[in-house]
Design a protein around this ligand. Structure first.
Ligand SMILES: Nc1ncnc2c1ncn2[C@@H]1O[C@H](COP(=O)(O)OP(=O)(O)O)[C@@H](O)[C@H]1O
Ligand SMILES: [Mg+2]
Length: 243
């Protein structure tokens, strides 16, 4: 099989520079990497190393300063903002660090509402309930976000991201506010989705258990990609920073 046909995420020489009053911030420096369908990649690195910036670029929520990104065969750089919005809604699941739940709605309504353009409310509700049970929130479905803990809000965000049966799940610290038991449950859920649907995962994490569960670990340091020393030499060949 042509291995390129199986690549669902591909970055070529991606840099992202931010202009700030204090000067230019080089958040990402010429990052190249690829992720195959069904693969789970953990993105690690110190705070400020560019992890969220990279995830936002892959999600099409931001655009690189230089370089190109292709996700599921779509060249993000040549897509309009409108096309990117539709692409995200139909094919990606995105869990950001702040889950941005709507305060006036219950957990269940928050999961359903984002998908209303693409489904019938009743069917979405049935599936949303299943997902909320799967993330351990069966007793919290009718609570507004203000009555949920940080970890519970994160899990609502995950259920919302999974409701559209995405091919790729992009998650920024999805276990950041969870205890060990809840993290294990979440990892088990993601593992099941990978088995059942060949879901591709890119997860930003500080959690050693989450990183260990991934097929491959990519580490960012000062915006440059490195591979965890002593691990995954196969991945290292594909993910070296191009100079
Ligand atoms: N919108 C922005 N404007 C200016 N600087 C930013 C912006 N977003 C991120 N940065 C800077 O880019 C660097 C990488 O940030 P980020 O990707 O959030 O790191 P991480 O997620 O690894 O903690 C940091 O120095 C951060 O301050
Ligand atoms: Mg971050």
């Amino acid at each position: 099989m042509d291995r390129r046909a199986e690549q669902v995420i591909s970055l070529q020489g991606v840099s992202r520079t931010f202009r700030t009053p204090g000067g230019l911030v080089l958040a990402l420096r010429r990052v190249s990497l690829s992720v195959s369908r069904g693969e789970a990649v953990a993105l690690t690195g110190p705070s400020g190393s560019g992890k969220s910036t990279l995830l936002h670029l892959v999600a099409g929520l931001d655009r690189p300063t230089t370089g190109s990104i292709t996700v599921l065969g779509t060249a993000l750089d040549s897509s309009t903002d409108r096309a990117l919005t539709a692409f995200r809604g139909q094919r990606l699941g995105i869990v950001l660090q702040d889950s941005h739940l709507l305060p006036g709605l219950t957990a269940l309504e928050n999961v359903v509402i984002a998908r209303l353009p693409w489904g019938r409310r009743r069917q979405l509700q049935v599936r949303a309930r299943d997902l909320l049970v799967a993330v351990g929130l069966e007793t919290r479905m009718d609570f507004p976000p203000a009555r949920l803990s940080g970890g519970e809000r994160q899990r609502v965000g995950l259920a919302r991201a999974l409701l559209g049966d995405p091919e790729v799940l992009l998650a920024d610290e999805p276990t950041g506010n969870l205890d060990g038991g809840a993290t294990d449950d979440l990892l088990a859920l993601l593992d099941r989705l990978r088995q059942e649907r060949n879901l591709t995962l890119m997860i930003v994490t500080h959690d050693a258990a989450v990183a260990a569960a991934a097929d491959r670990r990519l580490r960012l340091v000062d915006g440059s990609l490195d591979v965890e020393p002593g691990r995954d030499l196969g991945g290292a060949v594909r993910t070296r920073v191009l100079e």
